[in-house]
Ligand binder design. Structure first.
Ligand code: SAH
Length: 215
C-alpha cells in the first residue's frame, strides 16, 4: 500500500530548521565539531521517532543522528523533537546504503537498528539492514569496540542476523528472545509498543565491532 504524501510535507520539514540535515556529506568527520556532546550515535530507520526522542532526552552527552528514508514518517519524528525542544538530534532523509560518505572511519560509537524491515526470502536479502553488505558499511564508520543495538519482533530476521554478525567481524552480547519477559526493559519504539501489547516477544542483541577491517 502506498502512503499518501502528507500535506505541506517539505515546508513542514523546513520549519524544523537545523534538525533536518540536507547535505550530510558536508558534515563527514565533523559531526561533533564545536558541539558539547561527546559521542555520536545513529538510529537507522527511526520511523515516527518515539525511541529517538526518549533516547536523546536520556543521553544528553550524545548526538543522535536518526536516519529514515520515508519522509512522511520522518516528519512526525522531527515535529516530535521540535515540540520537546531537544537539541541533540539530527535527521537525515537518506538510504542507509550511503552512510560511508556521511560518516568518517570510526566516527560513530553506537548504531540502533529497531524493527528493521525483515525482507523475507533469498531474493531480497541484500535489502536487510543486517545483511553482510550493511554490516560491512557499519564497520567502516563504527569505532573499534563500537556497538550495534538490534531489536526485532521477527524471529526469522533475528536468527538470520545473529548468524551474520560474527561472520562480519562483530562479537555478540546480551542475546535475548524475550526482552520484556522479566519486566519492561529499556525505551520502547512505536512498533515495539504495538507488538508488546499484542503479546509478541521481542528479540534483542548487542553486536560489538571488533575493528579488524578498514576502508
Ligand atoms: N524503528 C521504528 C520504525 C520501524 S519500521 C520503530 O521501531 O517504530 C522500519 C523503518 O526503517 C521504516 O520506517 C523504513 O522506512 C526504514 N528503513 C528501512 N530500510 C531503510 C534504509 N535502507 N535506509 C533508511 N531507512 C530505512
Amino acid at each position: 500500500m502506498r502512503m499518501r504524501r502528507k500535506k505541506h510535507l517539505i515546508p513542514r520539514m523546513e520549519r524544523c530548521g537545523d534538525l533536518w540535515v540536507r547535505e550530510p556529506e558536508l558534515s563527514c568527520g565533523r559531526w561533533l565539531s564545536g558541539r558539547t556532546e561527546e559521542e555520536l550515535h545513529l538510529e537507522i530507520g527511526c520511523g515516527k521517532g518515539r525511541f529517538t526522542v526518549l533516547t536523546a532526552a536520556s543521553l544528553p552527552s550524545v548526538l543522535l543522528v536518526a536516519i529514515e528514508k520515508t519522509q512522511n514518517v520522518l516528519l512526525t519524528a522531527m515535529e516530535r523533537t521540535e515540540a520537546l525542544g531537544l537539541s541533540n538530534i539530527r535527521f537525515l532523509d537518506v538510504d542507509a546504503s550511503g552512510l560511508a560518505s556521511m560518516f568518517a572511519l570510526g566516527e560513530v560509537s553506537r548504531i540502533y537498528l529497531n524493527f528493521s524491515d525483515p525482507w523475507p526470502g533469498q531474493r531480497y536479502e541484500k535489502r536487510r539492514l543486517t545483511s553482510p553488505r550493511f554490516l560491512s558499511i557499519y564497520g567502516q564508520i563504527l569505532r573499534p569496540g563500537g556497538e550495534i543495538h538490534f531489536k526485532t519482533d521477527n524471529r526469522g530476521l533475528f536468527d538470520y542476523s545473529i548468524a551474520q554478525f560474527p561472520a562480519a567481524g562483530y562479537d555478540l552480547e546480551q542475546v535475548t528472545y524475550d526482552l520484556h519477559g522479566p519486566g519492561i526493559c529499556g525505551v520502547m519504539t512505536d512498533y515495539e509498543e504495538k507488538f508488546h501489547e499484542a503479546g509478541t516477544p521481542i528479540c534483542r542483541c548487542v553486536a560489538r565491532w571488533r575493528g579488524e577491517n578498514s576502508r
